[in-house]
Design a protein around this ligand. Structure first.
Ligand code: MG
Ligand code: NI
Length: 473
């Protein structure tokens, strides 16, 4: 008799989801699936809305990464207006996008994943949380709070004290930056950088503890995708696509991301509301690729800022040019965060950053527009079609968690095969199944276009479909 394990909902990730693990007659894991189970359908909701409302509507897809949607949506609107934001407007958008990267990465690393990394995956769940971290390593917990606040404050200071800032608009941004706000942000950068570097030093000192987990947390050959600039360095705002295979060969380079439909397929599986994106050239499901911090540090020649580049060199010395395990998302996420803080500093010291010219105005000049940027979790694509009056007729979003869906499923399967030892659920197995999902930091709010609590439902299912064991928490 075979069986199935279901984890539903998953804890310490953003949103609602469920995991099922299928066992064969011998009690061995034959399959595992990561299901995204809620749906709100923003692609449909926006039909009939005027184009100028799109950025602020799209920001409401997600309470975790609203700025990412603001940026990609505004870029799609720029294309429909056929305008370029003035250079200062584009730089101010970049600053806000980087601040979103910092605050979201900090939430993932410090609040959600550091308890496992500090106490171990077998530790007592009662202390394996951020409060336990605050007791055992107060500096690490303080740094987590501090780095996240650093990113959030920048978003608030730029956009006004709103959860969903409407400061990023089609054509640029709504208001120029004041010298006072610039100086206030600049004054917070040194402490944020010091905190990120302390976290990097701590993480590197414990890297060897996790060799066993690294060998099963999504350790497989795949491609990686991210945006890069003219020099081949990471670019979060308007780069071009680079796709690198597991051997470091380029499958695509400086490819226009607006042609995404030529390269990326979107498969729909009956068990999930989350579409699985794949690299068409390699077919489905072989065209699995990963996006997000690990992909960004892999595909880029360099980060392009001094301190992050030193860290990237060390990362490559330790792990090689294309590390295969998704466990290394954590390490990459810290380098990504350090780079974002350095770039915010560089951008704010630019000679024209206080220019009053921050927005271009135009009417509808095209019936279609695509906006692409790097969100904390990876490449984000907004694609709209409008009528001649600028009323939205059709919208498609390709979100980071969808790019990673195939890789996440493969990773869950690998962890289940390694750690599921019987037709019963055990806490160490359960925690590792959740932890491998957390490596990707999936934004299920975005995936389902719904806001949700973090929760987990796991089911262990036999060959006849019977539920052998299950946990909800
Ligand atoms: Mg879509
Ligand atoms: Ni999100």
């Amino acid at each position: 008799m075979s069986s199935q394990i279901v984890i539903d909902p998953i804890t310490r990730i953003e949103g609602h989801s469920k995991i099922t693990i299928h066992l064969d007659d011998a009690g061995e894991v034959v399959d595992a699936q990561f299901h995204v189970t809620q749906f709100r359908g923003f692609e449909r909701i926006v039909q009939g809305r005027p184009i100028h409302e799109m950025p602020s509507i799209m920001a409401r897809i997600c309470g975790i990464c609203p700025v990412s949607h603001l940026i990609a949506s505004s870029k799609a609107c720029d294309a429909i207006l056929a305008v370029e934001p003035p250079p200062t407007g584009a730089d101010l958008r970049r600053v806000m996008n980087l601040a979103q990267i910092v605050q979201s990465n900090a939430l993932s690393f410090f609040h959600l994943s550091s308890p496992d990394l500090l106490f171990g995956f077998d530790a007592d769940p009662a202390k394996r949380n951020i409060l336990g971290v605050a007791q055992a390593n107060p500096q690490l917990a303080r740094d987590g709070v501090g780095v996240r606040r650093f990113g959030q404050q920048i978003i608030e200071w730029l956009g006004g004290k709103r959860i969903h800032p409407a400061w990023v608009v089609p054509g640029g941004v709504d208001a120029p930056l004041s010298a006072e706000t610039r100086d206030r942000i600049l004054s917070t950068i040194p402490e944020a950088m010091a905190a990120i570097e302390r976290a990097l030093a701590w993480y590197k000192s414990s890297l060897l503890r996790w060799e066993d987990e690294a060998a099963s947390f999504g350790d497989f050959r795949s491609a990686f995708m991210g945006l890069v600039d003219e020099a081949g360095n990471v670019d979060y705002y308007d780069g071009r696509l680079r796709v690198m295979d597991a051997d470091g060969n380029l499958l695509a380079d400086r490819t226009d991301p607006r042609d995404y439909q030529e390269y990326l397929g979107e498969a729909v599986e009956p068990w999930s509301y989350l579409k699985s994106t794949y690299w068409k050239m390699l077919g489905y499901p072989d065209g699995v690729y990963r996006v997000g911090p690990l992909a960004r540090v892999i595909v880029a020649a360099q980060m392009g800022t001094p301190r992050a580049d030193l860290e990237l060199d060390e990362f490559r010395r330790r792990l090689g040019r294309v590390p295969a395990s998704s466990f290394h998302y954590h390490y990459a996420r810290l380098i990504d965060t350090l780079h974002a803080a350095e770039r915010i500093d560089e951008l704010l010291r630019g000679p024209d950053i206080l220019s009053p010219r921050v927005r271009s105005f135009a009417d509808v000049n095209a019936n279609e527009g695509i906006g692409v940027s790097e969100a904390p979790r990876g490449t984000l694509i907004h694609h709209y079609r409008v009528d001649d009056d600028g009323i939205v007729e059709w919208a498609n979003l390709v979100i980071a968690t969808g790019h990673n869906n195939l890789a996440m499923n493969r990773s869950v399967r690998q962890v289940a095969k390694r750690y599921v030892k019987s037709a019963q659920l055990s806490e160490p197995m359960l925690n590792r199944v959740e932890a491998v999902i957390r490596c990707y930091d999936p934004c299920l709010s975005c995936s389902t276009h719904a806001l949700g609590e973090m929760a987990l439902h796991l089911q262990l299912i036999g060959p006849d479909g019977a539920v052998l064991d299950e946990i909800r928490r």
